[in-house]
Design a protein around this ligand. Sequence first.
Ligand code: SF4
Length: 640
Amino acid sequence: MPHGYNKSILHVDLTAGELAIEEPDELFYRKYMGGSAMGLYYLLKEMPPDVDPMGPDNVLTLCLSVITGAPISGQSRLTTSAKSPLTGCVGDAQSGGFFPAEMKFAGFDGIVVKGKAEKPVYLWIHDGQAELRDASHLWGRVTGDVEDMLKEELGDDKIQVLQTGPGGERGVRFAAIMSMSNRAAGRTGMGAVMGSKNLKAVVVRGTRKPRIADKEALNRLARWGVDNLPQSDIAGLGKYGTAETTGGQQTDGGLPTYNWASGIFDGWEALDGPTMYDTVLRGTAEGKQDRQGRHTCYACAVRCKRVVEIAEGPYQVDPRYGGPEYETTSTLGSCCGISDLAAVSKANELCNKYGLDTISCGATIAWAMECFEEGLLTLEDTGGIELGFGNAESMVKMTELIANREGFGDILAEGSARAAARIGRGTECFLTTSKNQEAPAHMPQVKRTLALIYAVNPFGADHQSHEHDPAYEPYPERMAELGLLDPQPDLALNAEMVRFALVTQHFYSATDSLNVCQFVYGPAWHLYSASQLVEVIRAVTGWDTSLYELMKVGERRLNMLRAFNAREGVGREADTLPGRFFDRPLKDGPSDGYVLDRGEWQQAVDTYYAMCGWDPETGYPTRAILESLSIGWVADNLGL
Ligand code: SF4
């Protein structure tokens, strides 16, 4: 048995009701390492072009990596890939928790799902065994109920459940895949793909801990992380959660507010991490929120996850559905002009209960609110709901309507870009989408390389696909590991900043293949540096690997993502940004008047393609670049 992985991929044909196990060789694991790159391998090999994302020919992959389940912080994550019903391009979403490690212990490194079951089923995997079981009784149930019912049915409290919620069953185009009822693989609508296949859940349980090549070295690295965490830049993230960044975003004028009209929000403090810690975390009244209000992922010392409990008032929140991240407090909070943390926590609970991406959900509601304020949507459209900015009650109501696809929620469940196309009347002017995916809560007007990456990223606007501009200068030693030696002035989008974006994109692309948490491993403020991540891979697998090899995994995965889109005929013409980023200067605060320059942005895109070695006309990868990455078969697949 190899070190780190099981050498076992489960193939599931839901139409035929058949399961098969593949045992790939070591070269496969070393070339792709897991996660997104591994999923892409199967998408490109096993899915023809032009399939209906919600049809049986779509292929859904759930992939771990060669280090998932090792006893060290930040490794228990899973990548979900499929063609996206939101973007029509490649779909890609990561999530953490305890499911990924447990799936490794259950004996598999990846699951490749094809076809569509005749009636709802769940996949039960335990210690190398797998079977499909009837899930008719689980269909339509919210995530927390499904967890409880499966634990009772299987007679084991320690099972881990990955599932689509009622939102995914109903085809909400930004439905998430959930585990623990509060960990979301949120982006690109992977929950809708799972629902379209009548696959309600994947349940895992196992005792096969991965073999570690050099236990002593791994223990040393794990201990280093625990010892250095209190002095590290992510200590605050652990205590206050990702919402801790709210204050910094406000100070920089980069907190999306009123659907991106401004980068500052008067009510920001009510949404901030310390406020959440002092008011709504479970155990706050007894001063026990560190113990009861913070949660973690398997073996992670950081414990950044929130557990919110609100027992009284108009917005009561069940702690099993976790608590909001920064992206959520911004998209459902400041973007909607709402500073009521209880209401935002309630909407977060609903998203986790029904399985929705909080970013797309909040951003879509914020877009509708601005359209309502501008008179482009009326009470007749909204079914009598006053949808102006700041209306917390309407925001919570609309979240529920989207999850159930009821009333105006049925239109918003298509995502804001499709809703605007359907409604017309100029509502498209207020979109914040790239490739139909709503932008997350980081503003390209303030961090300029986001303008490039939001546009060129193959699965739409994403904030975790490269390092953000402010991290270049303060971490010279760590940046030097990636050859980044020349920080540029604020707001620059010149060739060096394009290089910074691309090099860090390759690194982050590798982390999404190794499935490591981007708070724990990275090239700047993270707990472990890039070279320490290499040490972890060496210790777990025994491979004499290097940062060079890791960066090539990242570049390979990025090119496979672009190749998937190229097969669908999606290239340069789709690498765009919302018009408002260029045409509507931000209002107030330190970013008052900030707007992107079209000429400068276009030049950055041209430079980026040239640095990638892609065709400048189409934006597609070339045969030469694919062969340089040892994936000539992808060029064959594209007919190059
Ligand atoms: S840092 Fe937070 S999200 Fe990342 S693995 Fe640890 S607990 Fe999970």
